[in-house]
Design a binder for this molecule. Sequence first.
Ligand code: S3P
Length: 449
Amino acid sequence: MTHSDRPADHKKPLAARSSGPLSGTVRVPGDKSISHRALILGALAVGESRISGLLEGEDVLNTARAMRALGASLERTGDYVWSVKGVGVAGFAEPAAPLDFGNSGTGCRLVMGAVAGCPITATFDGDASLRSRPMRRVLDPLQLMGARLGGGGKAGRLPLTLIGARDPLPIVYRTPVASAQIKSAVLLAGLAAPGVTTVIESEASRDHTELMLRHFGADIVSTPEGPHGRRIALSGQPELHGAQVVVPADPSSAAFPVVAALIVEGSELVLPDVMTNPLRTGLFTTLREMGGLIEQDDLRGDAGEPMARLCVRASKLRGVEVPPERAPSMIDEYLVLAVAASFAEGTTIMRGLQELRVKESDRLEATAAMLRVNGVKAEISGDDLIVEGRGHVPGGGLVTTHMDHRIAMSALVMGLAADKPVRVDDTAFIVTSFPDFIPMMRAAGAEFS
Ligand code: S3P
């Protein structure tokens, strides 16, 4: 993609209208979190890693470009198959130009961690959405480990320059919010530190970094901490070796066809190889509590990540209360859950959503706005979102996407079962996470125009 082809440059409006039953098999692309991590750990390993099923979305491609700029060799050897030859722990070379992460908070924050443990200076940048997101949350612990801030860093917003530590220190760090990005940044910096780097989280967040570090040969131990938390201890300066990674389908992308199948009458969709790591499946748990018919078979696992085939059938949904401790396991799914809640009978209360305010957009406000403009009653009370489901959605609204892929996909899903079409002002950002979303949904019967 050349600079002028980036999502921000061309607005792509689209409308979704009431569709006949959705049917068939939807092959959701590779998991975004795992794809970023496979590229980064492959780049820090000695020898060759082979990654299959990589998400070739713009967010992950930006991480691939960053790994090249930092000295790793990456080659696309087939469809979704990549070979990475790494430089070894702490072996990154100084990049010649700023690293541009586009729309991706995950790519940016994880690579900040990996760079913080290397004796190099790198400038990090991104698009307008990423430039507005907080970076202090990763810079604070990375500074404790010995990294320093150059230009722009004080404000904690991109663009900023990070000066990696020559002799990084292992730390014990308690994350202030449940965030896999903060945890992962500290662990990736800790790879280069002597001794044990420890991260303590009071609510467990997705553990893909821990599972994959172990898969690449690191010594990492995770133990329970309190009722919902974890203590993760990584022994520094391991020799990471190249590994094979099979990336399962992304449950956060599967969320859109799954909710579409539940709300469009008569639908039945099959989704193979969807990752079922329990720290990612809060949406499926919630949809089942709402009465959603989601069956699971063909259970398998790779590199410690479980996966299964999902079979979803249109269902009568009812409102539920979603507890705050479930939020980390479905943090990216509240937008599309709110769509399901709008079609349910009764009230859905989603608690503890403060982190939604710092995603690709302020997703708490954006979700309420998406529902209201389509005739659904939605209220924000503190950090909670309350949706009044009436069993149907009037629709007819124009949804503003705020450079946020998940707003665009959620609004399009809503339009497939709403009384009147739902329009979105811009679908261009869908390429960041699910490039084939529109053709795949069309092939299953979705009406977009
Ligand atoms: C991600 C972690 C989550 C999530 C993001 C991907 C990751 O962010 O929202 O889409 O891959 O680590 P936080 O860790 O900041 O909650």
